[in-house]
Design a protein around this ligand. Sequence first.
Ligand code: RTP
Ligand code: MG
Length: 142
Amino acid sequence: MATERTLSIIKPDAVAKNVIGEIESRFEKGGLAIVAAKMLHLSREQAEGFYAEHKERPFFNDLVGFMTSGPVVVQVLEGENAIAANRELMGATNPKEAAPGTIRADFAETIDANAVHGSDSPESAAREIAYFFEENEICPRG
Ligand code: RTP
Ligand code: MG
């Protein structure tokens, strides 16, 4: 399996809980390297564009409202099989269904405020990374 990159977001609920470091530690202990990172307070336009694939879903407005409710950390994680590895570390979308020891089981309360986002395919990873980062803002470990 080749080295991959994936986009990760620490969502407003986790930033507000002051568990950025604990979540970053899960990624690092899970074999992923943080190769780019920034803290942002997303505008409505930025959040709508990021979640454009969910535009027709009933939860879209709530999702955009939540993602703009406070600062987030957007970052690129790099490692073997990074897209699947990150989703494994995150756990199920609904924290009530997330496996014990996953980020969502340990830090999230609800399906809306579920602590983290992770790209779900190589195509979404490429789009989502480019949405937030220029190539020269990414620092591979090499
Ligand atoms: P994410 O994109 O945030 O990594 O999460 P995911 O792939 O596990 O979930 P996805 O289906 O892509 O949905 C994006 C986010 O929308 C919220 N959601 N709410 N109320 C609902 O039924 C519902 N379904 C999804 C969640 O916050 C989810 O992370
Ligand atoms: Mg998703």
